[in-house]
Design a protein around this ligand. Structure first.
Ligand SMILES: [Zn+2]
Length: 560
């Protein structure tokens, strides 16, 4: 099963009724038009203000595959979403609050961060016991961890009898850490608690201690909740309409602070979710990322150094040639394209398009296309016209160059001896190219990375000797256990210090199948292999699944 039908099925209705699309998670939508293409979703509308509660969406969040999910897409966000495993929009909202640096740094007496405390209690790894019965209802939605400013304000009101003005003073003083103001509010708070007598003076002092400390990380609940809803909406769309999701996110990747990183993360994530992402296709004449609702395809201007004017020129040349050939661009051969449009597209754009596979429909090797284009580009205007008048595209580029490269007196198109020598030199080159015209994975991947920002059709890892590899990233994520050997590229390295003060690292890696986070290198291995585990290095990782967690634990590393 592929495409939309991996997500659910279209249950056609009787007669004119197009029926419903029924997702495996239980979500259902009334279909308004049949799918645009085999394997695509039929048309229906999501109610964007009111997404249903859906187990598939929460499963996506719990898996930590939150690339593109509002507020949760950084590697920190992916890590903590997986750790928390949120079960409702409230908890997704709380993630926005507990992911903030203040909360991650704020430690309880036992050295555990407030973020970790929240996760442990939510997942019932420790008791969420209320310090005092009066605090229980105030902190119940956050497992008795002070998380929001609103909770602080309620504490002022209910324990110390503060009115709205005083409560606001409390919020401001704690947030700003103004020592003088804080001392004033503290006196008021303790006096209020004594007056109401709900908590003892000693308890009031303890609670004040937490309030003061919480100032460093509190966030407001209303804000968190609206973020949470937006986060849920994006996760829902990613789960239910991945093709539109990735098409849109890739389209706007250019606006991110690091577009290349964004593109490469999105593509790795799409691979993992079985969403095909393809290089541009010259025949589409699309400038930017687009989709036929089955695959997502890069556009011609997503290739480095190609601007819209280049595509516009090509469009006009193609229209003119379509009239001459009597067939649409989509039905042309490579030679027809080259003869009629090859001079309009410009050197930089054409070599870029060839290198990323925009001509893969021709079935020819990219290296061969490049050689033929470079030879063709040497023709003068007059020689090109001569070829169009005298040669058949079906005979091939080499034959056309051989014919035009003869002197005019012999019936050719070359104006002088120099032109004859140059063109016959090109013929020799095409007949017997000095370098192999195979498409080596290493070269294809490097070209795609250079021109598009990401390797789509293969990975540089594939060029390495992968004889020892017995598992892909995707297979590992799907649950493979045992002694494993992965052949991967290191994408990022995060080094941390353990409680004992030793260094260890978490890696993000990728191979042709997909990318994965949370590859764990414990101190002993890190000390040994730090030099090899560098970003962009291709390595063989021997190791296996951590029995307690989902992560891959590295035992040995070899340079590939
Ligand atoms: Zn659903």
């Amino acid at each position: 099963v592929s495409g939309a039908y991996a997500l659910g099925e279209w249950v056609r209705g009787p007669g004119e009724d197009l029926g419903v699309f029924r997702y495996h998670c239980g979500c259902e939508y009334r279909v308004t038009a049949p799918p645009a293409k085999e394997g695509a979703l039929p048309y229906f509308e999501f109610d964007q203000d009111n997404f249903p509660i859906c187990r598939a969406t929460f499963a996506l969040l719990a898996s930590g595959r939150t690339k593109g999910v509002f507020q949760l897409e950084s590697s920190l966000g992916r890590h903590w979403t997986k750790r928390l495993r949120p079960e409702n929009a409230d908890q997704i909202g709380a993630l926005g609050a507990i992911l903030r640096p203040g909360c991650l740094k704020a430690k309880s007496e036992d050295g555990v961060s407030m973020t970790e405390r929240f996760c442990r209690r939510k997942n019932r790894e420790e008791e969420a016991e209320a310090y005092h019965p009066a605090l229980a209802p105030i902190l119940s939605s956050t497992f008795q961890v002070i998380t929001y400013q609103e909770q602080l304000m309620r504490m002022g009101k209910e324990l110390a009898g503060f009115d709205l003005v005083e409560v606001d003073k409390l919020r401001k003083a704690v947030g700003k850490k103004d020592q003088q103001e804080l001392a004033k509010v503290k006196t008021l708070f303790l006096a209020g608690c004594t007056r109401l007598g709900i908590v003892t003076d000693e308890q009031a002092a303890t609670i004040w201690g937490w309030i003061e400390k919480s100032g460093r990380y509190l966030f407001n609940r209303s804000h968190s909740q609206s973020y949470g809803l937006l986060g849920y909406s994006t996760a829902y769309l990613k789960t239910h309409d991945p093709v539109s999701f990735f098409a849109n996110w890739l389209y706007y990747a250019k606006d991110k602070s690091d577009p290349r990183e964004e593109i490469s993360e999105l593509v790795a994530d799409a691979k993992l979710l079985d969403q095909p992402v393809e290089p541009p296709d010259i025949r589409d004449l699309e400038e930017r990322v687009s989709t036929d609702m089955v695959a997502v395809r890069f556009g011609l201007c997503d290739v480095r150094e190609v601007g819209p004017s280049r595509v516009e020129k090509l469009r006009r040349a193609a229209e003119a040639a379509e009239a001459v050939l009597g067939r649409p661009l989509r039905e042309w051969t490579w030679e027809e394209f080259l003869f009629h449009c090859g001079h309009e597209t410009g050197h930089a754009a054409t070599t870029g398009w060839i290198a990323v596979g925009a001509f893969r429909w021709t079935g020819k090797k990219r290296a061969r296309l490049l050689n033929e284009y470079r030879a063709w580009a040497k023709l003068t205007e007059a020689e090109r016209k001569w070829v169009l008048a005298n040669c058949r595209p079906a005979d091939g580029v080499t034959a056309a160059l051989r014919a035009v490269g003869r002197p005019k007196k012999d019936g050719g198109g070359a104006a002088n001896k120099n032109r004859v020598a140059l063109l016959q030199g090109e013929v020799k080159f095409l007949e017997d190219p000095p370098a192999s015209e195979a498409d080596w994975p290493n070269q294809v991947a490097a070209d795609e990375e250079h021109y598009l920002g990401v390797a789509l059709t293969c990975s540089r890892v594939e060029a390495c000797d992968l004889g020892e590899v017995n598992c892909t990233c995707k297979e590992f994520l799907a649950g493979r256990v045992g002694k494993l050997a992965l052949g991967v590229r290191v994408c990022s390295v995060r080094v941390i210090k353990t409680k004992k003060g030793d260094k260890m690292a978490f890696l993000s890696v990728e191979d042709a199948s997909c990318g994965m986070d949370d590859v764990c290198v414990f101190p002993e291995a890190w000390e040994r292999y730090e030099g090899v585990l560098r970003v962009n290095n291709n390595v063989l990782l021997r190791g296996g699944k951590d029995p307690k967690k989902d992560s891959f634990v590295v035992d040995r590393v070899y340079q590939l």
